[in-house]
Write a protein that binds this ligand. Structure first.
Ligand SMILES: NC(=O)C1=CN([C@@H]2O[C@H](COP(=O)(O)OP(=O)(O)OC[C@H]3O[C@@H](n4cnc5c(N)ncnc54)[C@H](OP(=O)(O)O)[C@@H]3O)[C@@H](O)[C@H]2O)C=CC1
Ligand SMILES: N[C@@H](CC=O)C(=O)O
Length: 309
């Protein structure tokens, strides 16, 4: 049995779900994977808990060294606070795997994180679509298929809101409902502007084609009133032959994307000669994101790869 010390940053809904899942499913993972996952420290904004001790935050590098942490699991706000990038880089430089649901530092520090991950893996599935493993497909499964285009609905809120609007519900009421169900963010502006979908596609394009998310341009049509009474989808696109551009636009809800129900999501990879490969499901929720982080934790420990891919 391999005991795996983990330092967790963030004790919001996703971080708390990560802790609950380790407690609930730990025995199964010990039996199935020979991994005994132990969260040895949980860090918040100013304070941390190590075992029974609640104390002010200490230096992360020293904490990783003292606890022997093999994984740094990160579920802190995607608000651009530089600490998310600093801590992720510190953990990687200490040789810990980075598993993150936080998106903002992936957009700004992709190249730095890749350079720091010389001994360990960076796993970002939770940031690319909560419980939908679109990042795993992009990272490794489709390698060699030479994906030409990727298209999808990767924001559960927008699909949910657009369907409710087509049923005659006002946009504000549909957003409230999405928030009550834990799909929409507390500030839903990125869900509706297309920024969240574009973020996920910038990350998928980085995994697929090596684009730097920091220099990927976004062209997004927002969900804003007046909206068509017909059912629509907020669809993101990126193409290999249009490097560095991600587009998000409103389209009629037809085909497999039309059948989708928020908070489920779907991504279609056009793999040329290998055909179209579509992944759907994997709903947006804190527990979905935490499950994804745990899948990534187990994957990083069992696969011996380094870096993003
Ligand atoms: N909710 C979802 O369905 C999904 C969320 N995500 C992403 O997961 C991340 C976590 O989301 P969520 O759980 O909702 O939590 P929040 O984004 O609301 O984060 C709250 C927690 O983060 C802590 N915190 C704040 N700043 C820092 C910091 N700089 N370093 C360490 N901890 C900090 C807070 O500490 P304290 O307790 O001390 O205040 C609090 O525990 C976000 O980046 C989100 O975008 C990704 C996919 C899906
Ligand atoms: N608000 C997001 C949650 C996950 O990223 C969504 O609606 O998909």
């Amino acid at each position: 049995m391999r005991t795996v010390p983990i330092v967790l940053a963030g004790r919001g809904p996703v971080g708390r779900s990560y802790l609950e899942l380790v407690a609930e499913r730990g025995p199964r993972w010990r039996a199935e994977y020979g991994l005994d996952l132990r969260v040895v420290a949980v860090r918040g904004r100013d304070r941390q808990r190590t075992g029974e001790v609640e104390e002010p935050l200490t230096d992360l590098a020293a904490l990783v060294e003292r606890t022997g942490a093999e994984v740094f699991a990160q579920a802190v706000p995607s608000d651009g606070d530089p600490r998310a990038a600093e801590e992720a880089l510190t953990a990687l430089r200490c040789g810990a795997h980075l598993v993150t649901a936080t998106k903002s530092h992936l957009l700004t520090h992709w190249e730095d994180l890749a350079a720091a991950a010389t001994r360990s893996a960076v796993r970002i599935s939770g940031a690319t679509g909560a419980a939908m493993p679109a990042g795993d497909l992009a990272r490794s499964v489709l390698r060699g298929f030479d994906v030409e285009e990727v298209t999808g609905c990767v924001n559960g809120t927008s699909t949910f809101v657009l369907d409710r609007v087509a049923e005659g519900v006002a946009v504000a009421e549909a957003i409230d409902e999405a928030q009550r169900r834990g799909i929409a963010e507390a500030d839903p502006s990125a869900d509706l502007s297309g920024a969240d979908a574009a973020t996920k596609f910038r990350l998928l394009a980085a995994l697929l084609w090596g684009w730097d998310p920091a220099s990927t341009r976004v062209v997004a049509e927002p969900i804003a009133e007046p909206l068509s009474a017909d059912r629509q989808r907020h669809v993101a696109h990126a193409r290999r032959d249009e490097p560095g551009v991600v587009r998000v636009r409103l389209q009629p809800a037809t085909g497999p994307l039309g059948e989708l129900r928020g908070p489920d999501k779907a991504v279609r990879y056009d793999c040329g000669e290998a055909g179209e490969i579509t992944l759907s499901g994997g709903r947006s929720s804190p527990r979905g994101a935490a499950l994804s982080m745990l899948k990534d934790t187990i994957g990083a420990l069992l696969e011996s790869t380094t870096g993003f891919r």
